[in-house]
Write a protein that binds this ligand. Structure first.
Ligand code: NAD
Ligand code: IPM
Ligand code: MN
Length: 365
């Protein structure tokens, strides 16, 4: 297999965690005889510094011609002036929209070894295995916004807009996924208040008619936020709109003990996808080799699965991550008091070593 992968490290810890994910992909390709061609481009604050825009045309063009995109994170205090016209996040939002990546998959599985790493009780966490399907190219993120002066004071507005077609296509993604899992879709909205949510509920209910073997339940977003920490095992597939999905997945990340564990895949109609950890650029820990690279590495595994059709290679990387955690390897965000701590590079190297050893021990697998 030959493939071109666009690599967009971005800002803060982005370059550090992406370097480890690329190294793991290179190791996997070597073990399986695949040819992966990596091409780097600037995005976010790094692109603003160099070109004055968060999404240079060349970067978007590379994304369009690549088979898959591996992304780190963007943003940081240097570019945080609230009145700035260009912002790092525009790079990310521009790629999502530009490539029509409307379905964002955020799996949340709590590895047995990490049950003790969370601030939540082990008995609540054992066996948690859910996936959030977040609509990614609509809603508040892309609605009309602006400022006005009204009655002598400054007013600001953002608008949430959803069309039937936008809800329908992402709903199909959730139902198809549920068929390969526990066949439960929880659609999350705020239909008691928002008109967008009432349309959302109507369309999702209609789509559910095509999947009689899947159970659909509706839940209000505030109650879902509560249930996610009270009984997370209940959930299988959570389907929700852009803003709710953003917030609920940071909350869900804490089930695994750290936001440094959560990968994501953003998909459109075709196989090309965009892969990134759900965390941000973590500016306060950047450049110190302490960030957890596992979310980026697990995003690379999703890339192999969803864009390149390499399921076995993806599963091997996931197993290697599970195995190093079982051995007690921890980055600082996961380590308990007195537990030895690995740096970003050392954790990446541990995953590669595990991956290589398993292959050498049973090459026929
Ligand atoms: P953040 O996710 O960067 O950090 C939140 C907390 O988690 C911090 O304490 C951080 O140190 C920690 N953390 C995050 N990733 C970690 C990792 N891999 N290993 C260990 N600890 C980790 O969120 P924030 O602080 O709210 O945002 C910082 C910047 O990142 C902002 O500019 C924001 O816009 C941007 N951001 C970007 C993305 C993205 O590019 N996809 C996502 C979220 C936030
Ligand atoms: C995420 C991030 C982004 C989002 C920001 C950086 C625009 O928080 O991917 O979760 O809100 O979608
Ligand atoms: Mn977020």
């Amino acid at each position: 297999m030959k493939a071109t992968i666009a690599v967009l490290p971005g800002d803060g810890i982005g370059p550090e965690v992406v370097a480890q994910a690329v190294a793991v992909l290179e190791a996997s390709a070597r073990l399986h005889g695949h040819t992966l061609h990596f091409e780097q481009a600037l995005v976010g604050g790094a692109a603003i510094d160099r070109f004055g825009t968060a999404l240079p045309e060349a970067t978007l063009e590379l994304c369009r011609r690549a088979d898959a995109i591996l992304f780190g994170a963007v943003g940081g205090p240097r570019w945080d002036d609230p009145s700035a016209r260009v912002r790092p996040e525009q790079g990310l939002l521009g790629i999502r929209k530009g490539l029509d990546l409307f379905a964002n998959l955020r799996p949340v599985a709590v590895p047995a070894a990490l049950v003790g790493a969370s601030t939540l009780k082990p008995e609540v966490l054992t066996g948690v295995d859910l996936i959030v399907v977040r609509e990614l190219t609509g809603g508040l993120y892309y609605g009309e916004r602006g400022r006005r002066r009204l009655n002598g004071q400054e007013m600001a507005f953002d608008t949430m807009v959803y069309s039937e077609a936008e809800v329908e296509r992402v709903a199909h993604v959730a139902f198809r996924l549920a068929r390969r899992r526990r066949r439960l879709v929880t659609s999350v909205d705020k239909a008691n208040v928002l008109e967008c949510s009432r349309l959302w509920r109507q369309v999702v209910t209609r789509v559910a008619g095509q999947y009689p073997d899947v159970t659909l339940e509706h839940q209000l977003v505030d109650s879902c936020a509560m249930m996610l920490v009270r009984d997370p095992r209940h959930f299988d597939v959570i389907l929700t709109e852009n803003t709710f999905g953003d917030i609920l997945t940071d909350e869900a990340a804490q089930l695994t003990g750290s936001i440094g564990m959560l990968p994501s895949a953003s998909l459109g109609e075709g196989p090309r996808g965009f892969y990134e950890p759900i965390h941000g650029s973590a500016p306060t820990i950047a450049g110190r080799n302490i960030a957890n690279p596992l979310a980026a590495i697990l995003s690379a595994a999703m890339l192999l699965r969803h864009s390149l059709g390499l399921e076995r290679e993806a599963a091997e990387i996931e197993a290697a991550v599970g195995a190093v955690l079982d051995k007690g390897y921890r980055t600082a965000d996961l380590a308990g008091p007195g537990e030895p701590v690995l740096g970003t590079q050392e954790m990446g190297a541990a995953v590669i070593e595990q991956l290589t050893r398993v292959r050498e021990e049973s090459p026929a697998r």
